[in-house]
Design a protein. Sequence first.
Length: 336
Amino acid sequence: MTLLSVPIIDISLFYTGSPAERVELAAQVDRACRDIGFLVITGHGVPQRLIDRVDETSRKFFKMSTPDKQALKRPKDDQVRGYSAVGDEGLSNSLGQKSPGDLKESFSIGPINPPQTPYFTGAAAGPHFAPNIWPAIPDFKESWSEYFAVMSRLSSDLMKMFAMGLKLPENFFEDKIDKHISMFRVLSYPNQLDEPEPGQLRAGAHSDYGSLTIVRAEDKPGGLQVCNKAGEWVTVPIAPQSFVVNIGDLMMQWTNDEWVSTLHRVANPPREQAGDALRQSLVFFHQPNYDAMVSCLPGVLAPGAAPKYEPISSGDHLRNKFVKQTTFAGAEAAAA
C-alpha cells in the first residue's frame, strides 16, 4: 500500500548495522521517497548542543531592529545570502501561481570559505560561492559554519542511502556533490497579530528545488503540511531529536519521476493561537555541484520507456527555480 503519511525512520543502522540491515534501511528510504517524498529521521548523530547554539544565535538575529536586519539584506535576487523580510518571497510563485508574499522572514548563507581557484571564482560559478554576510552576534558565524559542515556530512550520508535505495553503488553521487552549492537558511514565522490576506500562508504550497532538504522544525501551531498522493494535506510529525527530510525537484527529475518531490506548505496557526505562535525552522537545502549533470539515472527506466527530461546542470536548474520564485513577488512589490 502507498504511504499516505510521513514515516519516522531510525537511520542509526546506516552507521552501525550489518550489510543486510543497511539494505533494509535503504529500502525504507526508497519507499518513503517513492510514496510521499518525505521522511522523519532519528539516529542521525547531530549534537543537540550544536542545534541549540544555532537556534539561540538565530533568535537573537530576528530580535534585532528592522533597520539593522535590512542592513544585512541579500544584495541581488540571484544571491541567497543575507536577510529576507516578511513578504519578500512567495514560494507558490515558483509553480507559476501568483500569491501574496509569505508570512516569514529568513537569513541565509552558502558555502563557507571556498578555495580561491577558478572552479569557485570563475564566471561559470555564478553567484554560488558568493561571500556570506555575517551579523555581529557572538557565536553566530561560528555556530552557523559548524552547522553547515555537519549538515553537509549528513546530506552526503543521505545521498548514499538514496543510492543504495536506487540499487546504485553506495558512492554513486559522491563526485557530484563534493563541491556542492547548498544553502542553509533559518526561517522565522512571526506571530500573526493581523488576519492574513486571502490565500496568504506562512509558506505557500511549493516543492523544493534541489536534491534534498533537511529541516529541524519547531513544534508550534501553524506547521509543515504535505500533500499526499490521495490529495490530502497531512501534518508532518515532529519526533524528539529528529529532522524532517524531503527530496526536491532535481532528485525527482534525476529518478525520472520514480521518486516524488511533494508539494508542501507551512500553514497559518489557528486564529485563537496566532498571537503566540512564533515558530523557527533550521533548513539545509542540499544542491549538487553546479556543473553536475542531471539526467535519467541508470536502472530507473522501464523497458522501452524514454527519459521525461532533457539533461540539465544542477546550477542551471537551481537558478531557473529561484528566479521564478522571486520574479512574481518582486513585480507585486513594484506595483504596490
